[in-house]
Design a binder for this molecule. Sequence first.
Ligand SMILES: C[S@@+](CC[C@H](N)C(=O)[O-])C[C@H]1O[C@@H](n2cnc3c(N)ncnc32)[C@H](O)[C@@H]1O
Length: 246
Amino acid sequence: MNKVSFDPASPEFAARRAEARKALDALDPAKNQIPQTGPADPLRREWFEAVYALASDDPARVPWANLAPHPLLKAWVGAQARGISGLRTLDVGCGLGDNAECLAAAGARVVAFDFVAQAVDWAQRRFPNSNVDYRAGDLFALPDAWRGGFDLVHECYTLQALSKDLLPAALGALASLLAPGGKLLVISRARDEDSEVEGPPWPLPPSIFEEAKRQGLKPLAIEDITATADVGRRHWRALLGRADAA
Ligand SMILES: C[S@@+](CC[C@H](N)C(=O)[O-])C[C@H]1O[C@@H](n2cnc3c(N)ncnc32)[C@H](O)[C@@H]1O
């Protein structure tokens, strides 16, 4: 019997991922104009729930799960001269938890949430001794207690999973989480403004930062990162602050 590999670099893991991707794409209303029979699901929550349920604890079947922090987050954390120790930090759409764990390993006090309860449960099982406070929660229905409560908010690949019409509200929600002087770190795939896009995911165009300004954020450092061996495609790594901060 062949051994099942949990090494994302192995061809066997990649083959399981490709097979799952095909099945998941076929289920995704955003890719197939599947008529909705039940209540409208603009957030694609049902599809995200299906991803984690169908994976049956096999991370190869979760398309974004690489069982390691995103290299652009890891490098950013390592480059912070003053460190992030003690910062009240929120990881948005945390998936299987690797990015939240990276922030916590650097000493941040991390809350991490995802609107799929099964993802949250899986992250907790992967990191049983974690200091991260994992929660189920929806970016569009945030607890009031979180508003203005974070020094650092991190999101990786959740904005690009949202249709264009949801982005203003999503950015507004992210802005509302920042404490005075707090910062939002966004990591996402990037594209030119006018390039064709066949999402999801929908790589973000430069105008996302204009929208961010309308939602009360100010760009502090916008990096347009070309594809490298580490990061297979063009990305934004963007740091934004509250527009009302000095
Ligand atoms: C593309 S995955 C990225 C996961 C993780 N950030 C990573 O980089 O591995 C997007 C994640 O965001 C979650 N998500 C999508 N919309 C959300 C929402 N409105 N509120 C909270 N989580 C959401 C999904 O369930 C999924 O786990």
